[in-house]
Ligand binder design. Structure first.
Ligand SMILES: [Zn+2]
Ligand SMILES: [Zn+2]
Length: 115
């Protein structure tokens, strides 16, 4: 059985041996402080979430997998996609910074033939 160790904001360590251990940004009960503490270090658990639509994925410990999936959505939909480790947002991929390359507004209406 795998042991998961996380570090809390009080620098105490908590160990979990079951599935679904806490992730970065979770708040859990510290037995030594006898208080709720935020998890400040945990095994990586990458998630991606689109800022424009409901697209979201949990992708496990590999950051590359998360980046490849996020890049795919950015390319197909031109949506900015936030990459998270646990509940902590690391960065946003595909966010437009310059006004020059504003994407064309998405339209579902059929294009009229020019005659
Ligand atoms: Zn503590
Ligand atoms: Zn999207």
């Amino acid at each position: 059985m795998t042991k998961h160790t996380v570090t809390l904001e009080c620098h105490h360590i908590a160990t979990f041996s079951d599935a679904g251990p806490p992730i970065l940004g979770d708040t859990i009960y510290c037995v030594r402080c006898q208080a709720m503490r935020e998890v400040t270090e945990a095994p990586p658990e990458y998630r991606i979430r689109c800022l424009r639509c409901t697209f979201t994925r949990m992708l496990g410990p590999m950051r590359l997998t998360a980046e490849v999936k996020a890049a795919g959505h950015v390319r197909r939909k031109a949506h900015p996609v936030a990459i998270y480790n646990g509940h902590k947002r690391i960065y946003v991929m595909g966010e437009k910074r310059s006004e020059q390359d504003t994407p064309l507004p998405f339209t579902t209406e059929p294009i009229e033939p020019p005659f």
